[in-house]
Design a protein around this ligand. Structure first.
Ligand SMILES: Cc1cc2nc3c(=O)[nH]c(=O)nc-3n(C[C@H](O)[C@H](O)[C@H](O)COP(=O)(O)O)c2cc1C
Length: 250
């Protein structure tokens, strides 16, 4: 009974020695490997040559969603106040077409105050993911242009499809105002209970607004692993609404 145990112990000791001995080898190999990676360089290239930038946006956005990028529809929106102070915040893209990009928000918010004074805005999307070839892809899309308020009927469907908590938020929150948490919680629960008892529904409030960014500039950045980024810049000709395209340095 003792012999097998001893041989097992011997085998374990030998294996452990082997593993310990192989560590320096592994370290040297992996250092060489990463050094090799650090030694690589080349240029990335955006191969898709869409005439309209929204076409390219649409294809990149679809790919980001296919690779399950977290919040692929989130973008950073920058606005400028009448005192020339710039501010930025993340928003969700609700809709887009060849004319532009739709967001919804509270018209009593800081961003809308900015936009009412300075109607120009910038949007920025970032999508990072690994593709099927295990390449680390980085894509950025920048959009700049004029932002206009939409007619109510053009975003009613966006409100209607909001989940309950978003509808409650629209009724509960005066975006950007100082609040007392306990009061908010009490009011929230009252609204929720009334909805559950079918005493109220939550129609779209007047302060729920939709805005559309009509781009005059769109820029696409693509980089991959050790490849130096490539950028495509689209600028709109306001005379005939056509788009000029050129490649710019990363
Ligand atoms: C991922 C993400 C998505 C958001 N989406 C929206 C949105 O669609 N509309 C909105 O009004 N606020 C949204 N917010 C909250 C805004 O970032 C911001 O706090 C709010 O709009 C107030 O901004 P303002 O005070 O600059 O106007 C989102 C926040 C995050 C983190």
């Amino acid at each position: 009974m003792q012999r097998p145990n001893q041989s097992v112990i011997l085998w374990l000791v030998r294996s452990a020695r082997c593993i310990i001995k192989s560590f320096p080898l592994w370290e040297t190999w992996s250092a060489k490997g990463s050094r090799k990676k650090l030694d690589l360089s080349d240029l990335a290239k955006i191969e898709e040559a869409a005439d309209h930038p929204v076409e390219l946006f649409s294809s990149w956005y679809a790919e980001a969603r296919r690779y399950k990028v977290q919040a692929a529809n989130a973008c950073c929106l920058a606005t400028t106040s009448k005192n020339c102070r710039v501010s930025a915040r993340n928003l969700l893209l609700r809709d887009f077409d060849n004319d532009g990009f739709v967001i919804v928000t509270d018209c009593r918010s800081k961003k809308i105050d900015d936009l009412e004074n300075v109607p120009y805005a910038a949007m920025c999307y970032l999508w990072c993911y690994k593709n099927e070839q295990d390449h680390q892809i980085v894509k950025q899309v920048r959009v700049e242009g004029l932002m206009k308020r939409l007619e109510r009927e053009r975003f009613q469907h966006l409100y209607d499809r909001e989940p309950l908590y978003c509808k409650i938020r629209s009724h509960l929150c005066d975006q950007g105002r100082e609040v007392d948490w306990n009061e908010m919680k009490q009011r929230h629960d009252e609204i929720l209970n009334s909805v559950r008892r079918n005493e109220i529904d939550l129609p779209m409030p007047d302060h729920f607004v939709g805005y559309k960014l009509y781009p005059t500039m769109m820029e696409f950045y693509f980089a991959r692993d050790h490849l130096i980024g490539d950028r495509l810049l689209y600028r709109k000709n306001t005379s005939d609404d056509s788009w000029d395209r050129c490649r710019i340095a990363a």
